[in-house]
Design a protein around this ligand. Structure first.
Ligand code: ZN
Length: 293
């Protein structure tokens, strides 16, 4: 039997609703979207806390309220962000993680650590200019180690996001040091839409990551694509024993008619089944990733 496929639904990021109206903002909307994604085959939901108007929220209470709203509606595993480049300072970025000590009802199962730094300014090829010139997403080694400690203290497993191959090499070093534990959950984040701080979402880019994958480590890897269709990387991941992380938070999927998150999950789950891979339940994903109960 083929290895089960973990689908992590990336439901909102900081995407606006102009290109896809189904982006969830409030705790209730995120809870509903997560439950629908679970029914469609997702084992994990990744979310960003948002205010009612859609602006980024860094209020720990808003994170806890969203986690509670998700837990009330399904058994899906929960993965939250640390706010990407929208918030500065290690302590501020992990403030909501520290607040999760309250217990399982408020605690995420996973949270993202980006294991490296890159420029995330968007290049507008039509205008031949960058829309910004100073947006460097900084995650130095001490930040990674601080965030890992914060998560360890609370029992949240880090998911290690790699925008480029050097991020994967940093993850390997930090696994070697014991800062992160195996099995590691590593995410390759491909970039389209003028974001040039990561690799393009192609079959060859995905194979390039696999080419430098540490051979002696237990790593469950997944793929996502910022501002682009995940299909090329998803095909490789499904075929090569990886996992996938699609969602309308990353890309509005005009090819599929600007669908809901659940419809995107359903699309990729059908594709996986056609390759002979069934989707993992949250309990199966928990066991595969060794997430604390
Ligand atoms: Zn995110």
């Amino acid at each position: 039997m083929s290895k089960k496929l973990i689908i992590m639904a990336r439901v909102n990021e900081y995407a606006p609703r102009d290109r896809n109206p189904h982006i969830p903002f409030t705790p209730e909307e995120i809870g509903e979207a997560a439950a629908a994604c679970r029914a469609a085959g997702a084992a994990i939901v990744h979310f960003h806390a948002r205010n009612d108007d859609g602006s980024p929220s860094h209020d720990p209470e808003r994170y806890l309220a969203t986690i509670r709203a998700i837990r009330e509606r399904s058994d899906i595993l929960i993965d939250c962000t640390l706010g990407q480049a929208t918030i500065k300072g290690d302590e501020a970025r992990a403030a909501h993680i520290a607040r999760m000590k309250g217990g399982p009802a408020f605690r995420a199962d996973l949270a993202a650590i980006d294991v490296g730094s890159t420029n995330i300014d968007v290049y507008d090829a039509a205008q031949k200019r960058f829309t910004t010139q100073d947006k460097t997403y900084v995650n130095n080694i001490s930040t990674c180690m601080y965030l890992a400690k914060q998560m360890d203290d609370v029992g949240v497993k880090p998911h290690l996001t790699c925008w480029t191959i050097p991020f994967l090499r940093a993850a390997d070093a930090l696994l070697d040091m014991g800062v992160f534990q195996e099995p590691a959950y590593v995410q390759f984040a491909f970039c389209e839409g003028g974001i040039i701080g990561g690799h393009p979402c192609t079959i060859r880019s995905t194979l390039a990551f696999l080419d430098v994958m540490p051979a002696n480590r237990r790593i469950e890897w997944t793929v996502t694509c910022k501002e682009g269709n995940l299909l090329p990387a998803a095909a490789v991941a499904i075929e090569q024993g990886g996992h996938i992380s699609p969602g309308i938070g990353d890309y509005p999927y005009p090819e599929l008619g600007a669908p809901t998150n659940a419809a995107v999950v359903d699309f990729f789950a059908r594709m996986a089944r056609a390759y002979g891979r069934e989707t993992a339940t949250p309990a199966e994903a928990r066991a595969m990733l060794n997430i604390p109960g």
